[in-house]
Design a protein. Sequence first.
Length: 325
Amino acid sequence: MKGVKILGFGHYCPENIVSNVDLEEIVETTDEWIIKRTGIKERRISTGEGTVDLAYKAALNALENSKCSKDDIDLIIVATTSPDKLMPSTACSIQGLLDCKNAAAFDISAACSGFVYSLIVASSLIKTTGKKKALVIGSEVLSKIVDWSDRSTCVLFGDGAGAAILEISENDDCIISTCFAADGNLGEKSLVAAELKINTPFISDNLEEKRYIEMKGGEVFKFAVSVLPEIVRELLEKSNEDINDIKFIVPHQANLRIIDEAARRLKINKEKFYVNVDRYGNTSAASIPIALSELFEKGLINKGDKIILAAFGGGLTWAGALIKF
Ligand code: UT7
């Protein structure tokens, strides 16, 4: 039986810390409002590094933690909503920087669910195409597409990157069960970023380009608190596991209130959810791999531990994975 194992994680976030008090200088908000409504205390905001730069540093950290040579990587997938360029893809830029001569490389666009989507795609490709070692990255410089005059969104997001190394396994599979899905109609209505318009010599109207994230926060909130427990229940059922045997749930870090409400609906202790949204804000596709990298850095995951990843976001998309280390 062909499966995959995860060799290790890494992450990198820009050094520049922006506190809620710093944001009080930019928009009409308060530290108190942001903490009470979101749980966010600070976030990292790039002062020049791009999505490729963050992805590259997270990748080097993951390679080091996995004791893995870049030359063995033959597949690179980057999940991002904030690429530096439409072409080449972020993954191709990383392939060039790392000089991974044998690696295929492409990006996945599934917003905050992007890393879990990429993990599922990478593990399927490893099992079916002969690729042996994959570098999977979530990297975002959302500050490029945040409207810094809109207090309802600019306080939420942050920049960062996280990465994982996957390897083929001939007799074991650490990815026990997965789910992934989308609702495009709901996505168009509630969460959109950077809409490119047609401005050619062949049309008379010059259309104004939309650059920034626009979100109906309440609608996304309702979706998130219902889909997060659904992902957990679906994964447990598919793998015939009991919630009490799961060491951590690593949710997409969007809002502490979403995580607390999911814990209430699942009737489980909040402590089972790993939380770092207070320090990074919402880093979209990077949030889950940064959290995983921190869990390993802190020595909180041991061999045999089972964890659940649960992501939701723009698209709208959602995705989950139950993993045994
Ligand atoms: O990763 C992608 C997925 N995204 C998410 O999961 C985000 C989901 N949504 C949320 O987390 C929440 O809906 C928000 C944090 C975005 C907003 O929280 P809320 O409790 O739903 O607030 P609200 O949008 O209903 O706004 C309540 C009030 C409004 O004022 P009025 O109309 O009651 O006078 C807003 O104008 O709070 C106001 N407000 C603010 N006040 C101070 C909105 N943003 C701010 C702000 N500071 N930054």
